[in-house]
Design a protein around this ligand. Structure first.
Ligand code: NAD
Length: 309
């Protein structure tokens, strides 16, 4: 079976992806510097024979050259994620996400890695209100983070022109599920709300709560990665969403149903820079990769609640 390198293996998506690849028979090498990843995310992986972990920074050329040695497929998930974090500290996210991506991709092509699948983001579409988002729409990244994800996907796609490596970029739409970090000011809405409401606390909604997102369960994102790596498409970017949208008020309502609670959120000022709605058209991924987001929002949320419970 193939050998995969997963960067960001101690993170939310990277750890779930690593586990799924092991289940599929891959040998998996994981890399992370624990910038935002958590050691406990590696616990279920480190007991597996075919998993090897290296604590390393993706900006370290020598470490990346060692990490890609003998690898067939690179899954590049490592990044300093979050729009607000990048606005607070644009240098750190630009350095990790741009220099880091260039370093990993360059090591991969020098080592004759066959395929690289990189993590991009719905944020590359910017604040345009046209919905659903289709890959042919203009990209207008509007934060240092979004710009770094745009750079990540463009550089990866150019690599398939310049070098003998197949590359695919996946534009994730609000991925959620087990192992996503619920702590801290930059936590994503679902893990944050689930953990607060499990403790009987009121979550804070920024704005009127009618903003919506295409919340995507982790298994769907994992499926897209596997299809991208194992298919024969190269030089393309794909939306990875569920293909629907749910408002933040609906999220709170569904959580109240699942938890059998009646918790009212606290409403606060809207956060500057937050887009109003996000919704993926996933037909390109369906047509070219065979992507089928099997786990819907509610089923995914139920599994997520069970995990945090
Ligand atoms: P995460 O923070 O849980 O995982 C990112 C991992 O990358 C962390 O473990 C972190 O320690 C590691 N990392 C950061 N800088 C590094 C460096 N210099 N060297 C080595 N490792 C480093 O975030 P996630 O949600 O799992 O995101 C994974 C990828 O998906 C990221 O590229 C992110 O931009 C992208 N993405 C995620 C979402 C989402 O909804 N979760 C949406 C769009 C895009």
């Amino acid at each position: 079976m193939p050998t995969a390198l997963v960067t960001g293996a101690a993170g939310f998506i990277g750890s779930n992806l690593s586990e799924a690849l092991l289940d599929r028979g891959y040998e998996v090498r994981g890399v992370d510097n624990f910038a935002t990843g958590r050691r406990e995310n590696l616990d279920p992986l480190e007991s597996r024979d075919d998993f090897e972990f290296r604590e390393a920074d993706i900006r370290d050329d020598g470490a990346m050259a060692d990490a890609v040695d003998g690898v067939d497929c690179l899954f590049h998930q490592a990044a300093v994620a979050s729009v607000p974090r990048s606005v607070e500290d644009p240098v750190t996210s630009t350095d990790a996400n741009c220099t880091g991506t260039a370093t990993v991709l360059d090591a991969a092509r020098r080592a004759d890695v066959d395929t690289a699948v990189v993590a991009s983001s719905s944020s590359v579409y910017g604040a345009s209100e046209e919905l659903p988002k289709i890959e042919t729409m203009p990209t207008t990244p509007e934060s240092p983070y979004a710009l770094s994800k745009y750079f990540t996907e463009e550089l990866a796609l150019e690599f398939s022109d310049f070098y003998d490596i197949d590359t695919v970029a996946l534009r994730y739409f609000n991925v959620f599920g087990p192992r996503q970090d619920p702590e801290g000011q930059y936590a994503a809405v679902i893990p944050k709300f689930v953990s607060l409401m499990l403790d009987g606390e009121r979550p804070v909604v920024f704005g009127d709560g009618e903003q919506s997102r295409d919340f995507t369960y982790i298994d769907n994102a994992v499926q897209a990665n596997v299809l991208a790596a194992e298919g024969d498409v190269t030089g393309e970017a794909f939306n990875v969403g569920t293909g629907g949208r749910v408002t933040v008020n609906e999220l709170v309502g569904t959580l109240n149903d699942l938890l059998e609670t009646e918790i009212d959120p606290v409403y606060d000022d809207p956060r500057p820079g937050d887009v109003r709605h996000s919704h993926a058209d996933v037909s390109k991924a369906a047509d070219l990769l065979g992507y089928d987001p099997e786990v819907g929002f509610e089923a995914g949320l139920e599994r997520t609640v069970e995990y945090y419970r």
